[in-house]
Design a protein around this ligand. Structure first.
Ligand SMILES: [Ca+2]
Length: 481
């Protein structure tokens, strides 16, 4: 465990491009320590490490408003002159080895201000979030105490705690929990891939949980049971827990498995491409931020669906938003305590660029009785005359004569209303244990369910004699007569 933790620290420390040698920072290991108005601190359970001083952690606040959307004004509990207590308050809190001037923080502030007139406060605690990781974890309590002091001052100015919304990434999510624990009726905490390492065993008082604010929503993107397979916390933490793409591996990060076990990570380390290695290894962990930011002003529906697990969702068994759409939840920023709570799933598009959100469809393929025994290959679908070709099934799916296969997929653009579809097929295996696979396949019908509206369309081949899709080709289906 110590070795793994050391590795973790080394990995994250490597992203400091200026530091070639790992620093042996002193670790504070007294039993308790007091800092005036901020109060006294003891180590977190299971740790002997105290937070460092408020001067060292150096928690600072940078205010963005519609009057100053790009140039932040620094504020503090003793200097709130430029703060307007009548407007909603959003705090963005970064995680380990990060800072308030990071591009993502500014992007998120920009999107928030586009959506509504408000106070966006970027919190910086980069004086206390460096190597070693255990010290940064201990310092979350100090950062939280200083944030709480600021918020208390705002409450003294007439702000309702319900107006305050904390958005924390990684360790910043757990900082939010410590803030909320000491601040009754805090409105909302959005936890963006809350950190897993050092929190897997934490009890409710020492990690983010649903009691920390009136509404706690979580996006899991690098969830793992341990830090060698991911940096996020896999389990349920809030009122709403979103698990995009299952919550552990994101499509834009396909070349890594997350965590430090990924082969490409060690390959890059061995070629001394350290910056690349770190960005690859944190790709899943950062994805929660990008989804959340995109969700603020997205034009796509960004719906999330309740389901028992992601596999079941992908298989097309959790498709309904109900007649009023109220059985789904808005993913990300527009999540609501009045929507469906619990564990929710959605898919994101696999492009590096925006958008991340798309339109979910369930596609059901009814294999005809005139087929050979079985087929295995890649099936793709196109809607109407759109160019986008969406993979329905990869080579692992087995198709059998006179049976049906269903899948949930995501389209970039809204194809509604559907008039026609096209299905392509490419055979990937000739035989398996001596059993041959067909090199052409026929579907008697294809049903497409629009998971946004719950409206379903059934398509048929234009004639029975033209229903066979030969490997390497496609056929078009029209709405059934
Ligand atoms: Ca808590």
């Amino acid at each position: 465990m110590v070795f793994i933790k050391l590795l973790f620290c080394v990995v994250l420390h490597l992203s400091l491009t200026t530091a070639a040698v790992v620093r042996n920072a002193p670790v504070n290991s007294l039993r308790s320590v007091c800092y005036g108005d901020l109060g006294c601190f003891i180590p977190r359970p299971g740790s002997k490490i105290l937070p460092e001083s408020p001067e060292k952690v150096n928690t600072r606040f940078f205010l963005y408003t519609r009057n100053n959307p790009t140039e932040a004004q620094e504020i503090s509990a003793s200097d709130l002159d430029s703060f307007d207590p009548t407007k909603p308050i959003k705090l963005i809190i970064h995680g380990f080895n990060d800072k308030a001037t990071s591009e993502w923080v500014i992007d998120m502030a920009t999107e928030l201000l586009k959506s509504e007139d408000m106070n966006v406060i970027a919190v910086d605690w980069s004086g206390g979030n460096q190597f070693p990781y255990e010290q940064a974890v201990a310092n979350t309590v100090m950062a939280a105490a200083v944030i709480r002091q600021l918020l208390q001052e705002m409450i003294n100015m007439g702000v309702q705690p319900q107006q305050i919304h904390l958005i924390g990434h990684s360790l910043g999510a757990h900082i939010s929990s410590y803030v909320g624990r000491g601040l009754p009726n805090l409105g909302r905490i959005s936890g963006l891939d809350p950190a897993g390492p050092d929190f897997y065993q934490s009890e409710i008082p020492d990690r983010l949980d649903a009691s920390d604010a009136l509404f706690v929503d979580i996006i899991h993107t690098d969830g793992a049971p341990n830090m060698i397979s991911g940096f996020g916390y896999l389990g349920v933490l809030g009122h709403v827990d979103f698990y995009p793409n299952g919550g552990s591996a994101q499509p834009t990060c396909a070349s890594t498995t997350g965590g430090m076990l990924s082969q490409s990570f060690w390959e890059l380390i061995s070629t001394a491409n350290v910056t690349n290695a770190v960005s690859k290894v944190s790709c899943n962990h950062m994805s929660a931020i990008y989804y959340y930011t995109d969700s603020i002003n997205t034009r796509s529906p960004a719906l999330a669906y309740p389901c028992s697990d992601y596999k079941t969702f992908v298989e097309g068994q959790c498709t309904s938003c109900g007649p009023n759409g109220n059985q789904c939840q808005q993913a990300g920023y527009h999540a609501s305590p009045n929507g469906t709570l619990g564990t929710l799933y959605f898919m994101t598009l696999n492009g590096i660029e925006l958008p991340h959100f798309g339109f979910h469809f369930k596609v059901t393929l009814e294999s005809d009785t005139n087929n050979e025994k079985q087929a295995r290959g890649i099936f793709k679908v196109k809607f109407n005359d759109l160019q986008e070709e969406i993979t329905l099934f990869d080579q692992n799916e087995l198709f059998k004569r006179d049976s049906s296969n269903s899948k949930t997929i995501l389209a970039t653009n809204n194809p509604m209303p559907l008039r026609k579809i096209s299905i392509s097929f490419r055979k990937t295996y000739d035989t398996n244990f001596g059993i041959g696979f067909a090199d052409k396949w026929s579907f008697r019908s294809v049903t497409v369910l629009d998971m946004q509206s719950d409206i379903s369309y059934t398509f048929c081949p234009s004639s029975n004699s033209l229903s066979m899709i030969k490997t390497g080709s496609n056929i078009t289906y029209q709405l059934c007569a």
